[in-house]
Design a protein around this ligand. Structure first.
Ligand SMILES: N[C@@H](CCC(=O)N[C@@H](CS)C(=O)NCC(=O)O)C(=O)O
Length: 209
């Protein structure tokens, strides 16, 4: 059985979505982030060495960190669900590209926007950090929008993959939903399709609390 360490309104939405989509049995352990549980020595020792969420305990007891890695791992565990192109499928390359793009390009830009204090070198830096982050976020989304320019509903074509679920999570985090929908209508449509899925919507409802 897998165990997901999670909290509402966080990146644990992605692995929880995959757990729901794949139907793999799992236990969800809600981390009391308001009380700073994830910053405790015990949590850093036993769960996530950086004191972050999510973390996924595997059936053999080891713990996996990094949300995109969890998404790739879980999708591969349930090939019958069709959420991950096979290793030899030409779609495997763009699949991995968009997943890593989400993790390496979009996620850190959002962290800069919502936690400018993490990047503060001097008092008063926060507004500049946020402005640069907002530009980086919008530039990054424009590239995703271009990836859908041929009219495909999902990143790899006609059907949703785990990359859409991951990118669909990032699309929920934009600070200005109206501006986002106007600038990136195709991504907004993809986002709507992702969260209309019954399994995905269950994870989303848990994360809204
Ligand atoms: N690269 C990590 C990022 C994890 C991360 O930054 N999680 C945020 C929540 S979305 C967190 O735990 N923040 C708590 C904090 O910074 O104290 C991943 O993809 O799992």
């Amino acid at each position: 059985m897998h165990t997901l360490y999670w909290k509402p309104q966080s990146g644990s939405l992605a692995p929880m979505t995959l757990l729901e989509e794949t139907g793999l049995p799992y236990e969800a352990v809600k981390v009391n982030a308001d009380a700073g549980e994830h910053k405790s020595e015990a949590y850093k020792r036993d769960v996530h060495p950086l004191g972050l969420i999510p973390a996924l305990r595997l059936p053999d007891g080891t713990v996996m960190i990094e949300s995109a890695a969890m998404v790739i791992y879980l999708a591969d565990l349930a090939p019958q669900k069709g959420l991950a192109p096979a290793l030899t499928d030409p779609k495997r390359a763009p699949y991995l590209q968009w997943l890593v793009y989400g993790a390496a390009t979009l996620y850190p830009a959002y962290i800069r926007l919502y936690h400018p204090d993490y990047h503060r070198v001097r008092e008063g830096d926060d507004e500049a950090v946020k402005a640069l982050a907002r530009t980086a976020i919008d530039t990054a989304w424009a590239a995703v929008e271009r990836g859908l320019a041929d009219g495909r509903p999902f990143l790899l074509g006609d059907s949703a993959s785990a990359a859409d679920l991951y990118i669909g999570m990032m699309a929920l985090w934009h600070p200005d939903p109206a501006a986002f929908k106007e600038a990136c209508p195709k991504v907004a449509t993809l986002r709507k399709a992702v969260w209309a899925r019954p399994a995905a919507s269950k994870a989303l409802a848990a994360h809204a609390k």
